[in-house]
Design a protein around this ligand. Structure first.
Ligand SMILES: Nc1ncnc2c1ncn2[C@@H]1O[C@H](COP(=O)(O)OP(=O)(O)OP(=O)(O)O)[C@@H](O)[C@H]1O
Length: 262
């Protein structure tokens, strides 16, 4: 579905600040893969997402999406097929609009420009979708009144309703308290299976990365150093993952958050 071949990204080339953020990264994502991406700060995880979305141009390499070469396709055109959710719960929703109006916006995007009006049937559909979020009585409320966790859950629902082919979750629970983070993780799992989505999720929480999804990719210094799936992934523990990192890189895994989940 997504094929990254020999992707490199250099920031500020030819200057004293030159930084090789991605170094010949190749990655194939199949339809239905749910891939957790871990790696210490600065290892290139967000840059990888920015390259997939077209936020940044590549320095070298190619990107194919469902067989189409999208390497130079602009971000706004890739946004139709790729839904991205950020860490900041305020980013994906419009605070000054009601829950209902936010959902209409998302659904209209998903319907690819078809004329759409809010009839009772549609309102009932929204209400049903909002039940697992505990927001089914709040269709008329302004989104600015919702908690961070509720807003992120709504962002998730909106993204899914816009019918992306691939979901990119960029530490989407990191700014939430543990209770809300768990609720949003459960919602994420529910939507991925309900809508049969392919997803990539960046997380610093190694336990989440082990428990969630079908595949785990670890990055370091702009490269992919580990890619496990199936039974091998199921057998992982945080301790094993940290030890694997040490044996591959001959250094200690530098993330306090990861070590906290040990
Ligand atoms: N827009 C930019 N301009 C210059 N350098 C950048 C830019 N974005 C990222 N970098 C650099 O590229 C490297 C990889 O950064 P990136 O944000 O992809 O890491 P990350 O793994 O997502 O880190 P974190 O876990 O801290 O979010 C870092 O050295 C970073 O400073």
């Amino acid at each position: 579905m997504l094929e990254l071949k020999d992707i490199s990204k250099v920031f500020y080339p030819g200057t004293v600040n030159e930084k090789l953020a991605l170094d010949s990264v190749s990655l194939n994502i199949a339809q239905g893969d749910v891939v957790c991406i871990v790696g210490s700060n600065g290892s290139g995880k967000s840059t990888l997402f920015n390259i997939v979305c077209g936020t940044y141009p590549v320095t070298g390499g190619t990107i194919h999406f469902n067989g189409e070469d999208v390497t130079h396709k602009p971000e706004y055109r890739r946004a139709r097929t790729i839904g991205r959710i950020f860490q900041d719960p305020t980013k994906g929703t419009a605070a000054g609009m009601s829950v209902e109006d936010n959902l209409i916006t998302a659904l209209t995007k998903g319907m690819r420009g078809l004329k759409f009006s809010l009839n009772n049937e549609r309102r009932e559909f929204f209400r049903e979708q909002l039940i697992p979020l505990g927001l089914d009585t709040r269709l008329k409320d302004n989104v600015g009144l919702l908690s961070g966790g509720q807003r992120q859950a709504l962002t998730l629902l909106m993204t899914v309703l816009s019918q992306p082919k691939m979901l990119l979750l960029d530490e989407h629970t990191a700014a939430l308290d543990p209770g809300n983070a768990q609720v949003v993780m459960n919602m994420t799992e529910h939507f991925i299976s309900q809508f049969n989505l392919t997803a990539l999720m960046i997380t610093h929480n190694m336990q989440h990365a082990i428990d969630f999804g079908t595949r785990l990719v670890m990055m370091d210094e702009g490269t992919i150093i580990l890619d496990v799936s199936g039974e091998e992934k199921k057998k992982l523990t945080v301790l094993k993952l940290v030890e694997l990192f040490k044996s591959i890189k001959n250094k200690t895994y530098a993330s306090d958050e990861a070590l906290l989940t040990l």
